[in-house]
Ligand binder design. Structure first.
Ligand SMILES: NC(=O)c1ccc[n+]([C@@H]2O[C@H](COP(=O)([O-])OP(=O)(O)OC[C@H]3O[C@@H](n4cnc5c(N)ncnc54)[C@H](OP(=O)(O)O)[C@@H]3O)[C@@H](O)[C@H]2O)c1
Length: 316
């Protein structure tokens, strides 16, 4: 099969496209022929060698996608050949064929098209646990989202708005600002404008997936507020003063999606809640940007540049 792979960690030019051996499935695995593969920031961290990646020679990035089952192990009971499924936590996904453990498969309802499922899987399940497990905000709370028009940002902002929470955020361009307002945010600032001082001490929760903005996030909190820190799209977080946090009863929560997707039933119930937002048209997202898998270098460059809006998909 063809795959996007690399032999050493580094910049996007370590990525190569070519032939590698097909995966072999066990009795409880599905062999999936990929339709769309999700590209995520974690794939960049893995390519750079700063995040966990499955040992393989060569390394093959990617953990998310939608594809059709073309073979199933003899002990598989939950899925059948020819069914198209989503997965968000299976390694070696930047390839034509992926071996998916049955319990990691996620059924796609008939009302959700395959491209949409691939566009919302990992980022949507992330937004879901950030909002419902970590944030736990009440209607009327004020929350702030960095990178509000990114993939996770768009989904999180609309989930919180649907739950009656007042959403504020920051983004880099006027176009992204208009998109976030259209999706229900109360107020969206431009990154290079002077908004921080005015809004310091205003928010119950600040969602920070940028990292380098952590001290801003702490400043934006009310006393007893919390930063939900979930990623480093803008670089590693700076050191912060824990005693200053204590003096203002401010907290920092963190979370990784993989600690919330620990069983087939967790994947099922959480994905059903996510798909429900789209079935009721409570959430809409911008169209994904699609690259051929062979153009993976270009896709990595775009994601890393911060210029993308919403999901980037790779098509084998
Ligand atoms: N913890 C988890 O389980 C988990 C799961 C999935 C993703 N994540 C994390 O969530 C974050 C967002 O992921 P995503 O998939 O939504 O990516 P994305 O679609 O590329 O969105 C990231 C946004 O970050 C903003 N940004 C980039 N560089 C920045 C900088 N230097 N300063 C300020 N803002 C910057 C950009 O927004 P603007 O141009 O609008 O400013 C961009 O739209 C990443 O850190 C990722 O690792 C965590």
């Amino acid at each position: 099969m063809k795959a996007l792979y690399f032999n050493e960690f580094g910049t996007p030019d370590v990525l190569q496209y070519g032939s590698v051996p097909d995966p072999r499935i066990t009795d409880t695995e599905l062999l999936v022929e990929m339709k769309f593969i999700g590209l995520n920031f974690a794939d960049i961290y893995r390519r750079q060698g700063t995040y966990h990646i499955k040992k393989n020679t060569p390394y093959i990035d990617g953990y998310e996608g939608v594809g059709t089952i073309i073979a199933a192990g003899i002990n598989v009971t939950k899925f059948h050949v020819s069914e198209t499924i989503l997965f968000v936590d299976v390694p070696l996904a930047n390839a034509q064929l992926v071996a998916v453990p049955e319990n990691h498969g996620i059924k796609i309802p008939a009302s959700i098209d395959f491209k949409l499922a691939a566009s919302i899987g990992l980022q949507g399940l992330t937004a879901d646990f950030l909002a419902h497990d970590l944030g736990q905000n009440k209607p009327g709370d004020n929350v702030f989202i960095h990178g509000i028009s990114g993939g996770v940002g768009q989904l999180l902002s609309q989930m919180l708005t649907a739950d009656g929470i007042n959403v504020f955020g920051v983004t880099s361009t006027e176009e992204k600002q208009h998109l976030a307002i259209k999706q229900g945010a109360k107020k969206v600032f431009l990154r290079n404008s002077k908004w921080l001082k005015q809004y310091a001490g205003s928010f119950n929760t600040v969602y920070d997936g940028i990292g380098s903005t952590l001290n801003q996030s702490i400043q934006l909190l009310k006393h007893r507020g919390k930063v939900v820190f979930f990623g480093m799209a803008g670089g590693n977080p700076p050191a912060f003063n824990l005693i200053e946090l204590l003096n203002q009863s401010k907290s920092i929560l963190t979370g990784d999606l993989w600690d919330y997707l620990t069983s087939y039933s967790e994947r099922k119930s959480r994905s059903q809640r996510l798909f429900g937002y789209f079935e009721s048209q409570t959430i809409t997202i911008s169209a994904p940007t699609i690259f051929a898998l062979s153009d993976g270098q270009e896709a990595h460059e775009l994601l890393e540049s911060g210029r993308s809006t919403g999901k980037i998909l790779l098509r084998p």
